[in-house]
Design a binder for this molecule. Structure first.
Ligand code: SF4
Ligand code: SF4
Length: 68
């Protein structure tokens, strides 16, 4: 079921170092690191909580409303 929150996480793979911190903090467990880059498996499940954005040490994640 798609949620109504239009805020979605966007990962800038040029900045991502593949540390996996965002994976640990995402309450929906939709982020995965593959070949040292983070990916979001099911963006429809993203609730826009910004936990990934707050905790990424490389500022590689921005949560915004342009991806819903
Ligand atoms: S926390 Fe940031 S640098 Fe680390 S894997 Fe996630 S997006 Fe990449
Ligand atoms: S905004 Fe929240 S739900 Fe969406 S990917 Fe980041 S931590 Fe996960």
């Amino acid at each position: 079921m798609e949620n109504n929150n239009s805020l979605k996480a966007n990962i800038n793979s040029r900045l991502c170092k593949g540390c996996g911190i965002c994976v640990l903090f995402c309450p929906k467990k939709i982020i995965e690191v593959k070949q040292d880059k983070a990916f979001i498996n099911n963006i429809d499940d993203c609730i826009g909580c910004r936990q990934c954005e707050y905790h990424c040490p490389d500022f590689a994640i921005v949560v915004g409303d342009n991806n819903g």
